[in-house]
Design a binder for this molecule. Structure first.
Ligand SMILES: NCc1cc(CSc2ccccc2)c2nc(N)[nH]c(=O)c2c1
Ligand SMILES: [Zn+2]
Length: 392
């Protein structure tokens, strides 16, 4: 069984956008794709069955968090993450370096790896490329991310210099080699992705990319963007790097982004996206809609009978999470109801808002795939921008 097969189905003549299929050990994924983040083995507040109904094809797991809790003994007893969280489709796991770094807690980086204190019990731990591969092998994720250093945009208010970005990028390349060696030693049957670093410096990005392509990974990610840099820097790197990656392999832009970032990223040749935005914003009352974003807490929604997004078919907007009406009238949870739940701090609020936001992101990618299949991605891009500018 090959761990990964990527087939290109169509390319857009006026951009780097492409349509493909990604065949992994736990199933086939249609690309471009958005991957919901499930940090602790759950996409917060959403049942796996709902994820499947809304069209999620692959979800993400976090090596670091699952290593800390429940721990490898439990994950191993279940044969990995799929059986544990009852998700029988593909899973991608990050390598843990980014999460340790985000901890912000006590951590010390060296050639060997990252030393840190467990946020669970304070134990002194060392995460290395080898340990990261061992953990992801136990999790049995379909796509394993290399252990890398996500080069920060700034540290204590000082912007990362080119020399610092180079040092960080070169460390990640040495770690990439160690990951490949350990992945092979463990005979992991899944696919290992390399991660391009290089900060905001195009020539460092090209060096990182060339060295990783030389190592011949089955897929590649662009890391180190959406790390607090100005929007124009993110756009510049997203326009520079993805389309320079091998055309016949999948390209993953890590931790990005808004709906506009996804459409722009597809145009720049990206196949795979993940972001906490749809789930995190839902819990904070920000709703994505075809015509712009909506702040549930705004008093203007207090008695608004409209659904979150009249064009949306998700459980919240179509009312299929409520009881069906005898007259078949359009039920649907109203903005007034969601505003009320938010003000009362009722858990159904974030649950319905998360279902809607995830459905919005997944549906946006479905519409992009359909536009690419029909050869009308350019028209879709213009209509999307015009609709989003209309305002809710
Ligand atoms: N902020 C962007 C970002 C996000 C993630 C996390 S993506 C993720 C999150 C949870 C589960 C799976 C993948 C990253 N991960 C790695 N390894 N390297 C990066 O440069 C990087 C940059
Ligand atoms: Zn909806």
């Amino acid at each position: 069984m090959t761990a990964l097969q990527f087939d290109l189905l169509a390319t857009d003549p006026d951009s780097h956008a492409r349509r493909g299929t990604l065949t992994l050990n736990h199933g086939v994924v249609q690309t471009p794709i958005f991957m919901p983040v499930g940090t602790y083995g759950t996409v917060k507040g959403v049942m796996p069955r709902s994820l499947e109904e809304m069209g999620a094809q692959i979800i993400l797991g976090n090596t670091f968090h699952l290593w800390m809790r429940p721990g490898l003994d439990v994950m191993g007893a279940f044969g990995g993450l799929h059986a544990f969280e009852q998700w029988n489709r593909p899973i991608l796991t990050d390598s843990g370096g980014f999460q340790v770094w985000s901890l912000g807690a006590m951590r010390k980086i060296s050639e060997e790896g990252v030393k840190f204190a467990s946020p669970v019990n304070g134990d002194k731990l060392l995460l290395t490329p080898e340990v990261s591969m061992q953990i992801q092998t136990v999790l049995n994720s379909d796509i394993v991310m290399q252990f890398d250093e996500c080069t920060p945009y700034e540290t204590q208010g000082r912007i990362t210099t080119e020399a610092e970005a180079r040092r960080s990028m070169e460390l990640s390349l040495r770690w990439a080699k160690r990951c490949q060696a350990e992945f092979a030693r463990l005979q992991n049957p899944n696919a290992l992705f390399g991660i391009v670093q290089g900060g905001m410096f195009e020539h460092l990005r090209e060096e990182s990319l060339a060295a990783l392509v030389e190592m011949d990974f089955p897929g590649y990610a662009v890391g180190g963007v959406s790390v607090g840099e100005p929007k124009e820097d993110m756009r510049r790197i997203t326009a520079h790097t993805p389309h320079r990656l091998p055309a016949h392999k999948p390209r993953y832009l890590m931790g990005v982004g808004t709906p506009e970032d996804l459409v722009e990223g597809v145009a720049q040749g990206v196949d795979m996206f993940d972001c906490v935005m749809p789930t995190r914003n839902a819990r904070n009352g920000t709703i994505f809609t075809r015509y712009g974003d909506l702040k549930l807490r705004n008093a203007r929604h207090r008695n608004d009978p409209q659904p979150l997004d009249p064009s949306c078919t998700c459980h919240a907007c179509a009312g299929t999470a409520g009881v069906p009406w005898a007259d078949g009238g359009r039920g649907g949870f109203s903005r007034a109801y969601l505003h009320h739940l938010d003000r009362c701090g009722e858990m159904l609020g974030p649950m319905l808002a998360t279902i809607h936001n995830l459905h919005y992101y997944l549906n946006l990618m479905r519409e992009i795939r359909e536009a690419l299949d029909a050869g009308r991605f350019g028209e879709f891009r213009r209509q999307f921008a015009s609709d989003r500018a209309r305002g809710v």
